[in-house]
Design a binder for this molecule. Sequence first.
Ligand code: SAH
Length: 381
Amino acid sequence: MAPSPLQLQVPASASALHGAHMNGGEGDASYAKNSTPQRRVQQRLAPLVEAAVADVCRDAASVPRSIGIADLGCSSGPNTLFLVSAAVDAVRRRCAAAGATCPELHVFLNDLPDNDFNAVFRQLPEFLRREQSRRELDAGNVLVFGAPGSFFGRLFPAGSLHLVCSSFSLHWFSLVPRELAHGELVNRGNICAGRTSSPAVIDAYTRQFSRDLTLFLESRAVEVVAGGWVLVSLKRRSARDPCSEGCAMYDHPNSILNDMASRGLLEAAKLDSYNIPAYEPCAEEVRGIVDAEGSFKIVGMESYETAASVGTAAVTACDPAGFARTMRAVHEPMLARHFGAGINMDEFMSTAEGHFGRLINEGTYRGALVHVLSLRRKCKF
Ligand code: SAH
């Protein structure tokens, strides 16, 4: 007999299934107001979007009847439409240059169901008005769809996408590795695969990344047409051995939370069981997983460090309060889910500002390390 819906094992909070969504809304603590560093990473993907579109629309004969474009992990705010706008623009210019009629463009915006899609949808009328008013180019129809769900699984019809962008999202897991979530492994002093994590913890994180990235690729392999493109940016670590470096970017929230616990502002035992579903892979790991999955060819793989280090022109990026706000916009939903009323976000913010201020003064603050990847769907023979 089929189980009744009431007998199904449904987690108390559906979002417990997922990785992390960002702070919604448009207030001071929102991702929308505090995502400039992530925008700079998107800018590194923009030339790849241009190149991918040039390949898809090589000449008038090769322009598809309709073009599917998706942003996976689009979040909400000014970054949401940045890459898809660049793609729409590139298609139009390319078609004009090739003397081809601009095809219908299907734009899909994906993120976790808890993402602030209301804010995303509120941006659309202006986006579409802007697109429709561009009479100097053959407009073609732009149709935009929201696609809530995890990108670690199927989201779109088979063979419907020509270009997929995913900026700064794939370092998030589908979930905290099971052994840590169930307390079989304790990761004292770290909130993810840190320098002082045990080999078993590192191994759990490494395997989770491999499982998740494989699932991502398998799902996209069905959805992306042969010859289509997947452009990705994600955090990285430089060392091959995770024990020697850990997850450098997550050292920041780690230090901040441990500092709070040492001053009695956070329950230490509760911090021991706090592990975030995120990981910074090294280049060899990413390459190995993409090759093993087999559906995509790595056409480009570049690694770099974001400019936000002391002594660069990015002076505004070296504002400790700004760093603290960006950290809050990213981490608050997870912190709230785990610590509930047990964490005071004002204390978190002042500890974070002190932390970043110290690093900046010492000249030891390092920007994030980032992988930028362009993958091409292999043709099936
Ligand atoms: N691309 C945006 C947002 C990056 S923040 C930018 O460049 O600014 C990472 C985003 O990935 C968040 O919005 C988060 O909710 C989303 N995300 C994390 N895991 C996801 C998953 N499994 N499926 C879909 N989106 C996910």
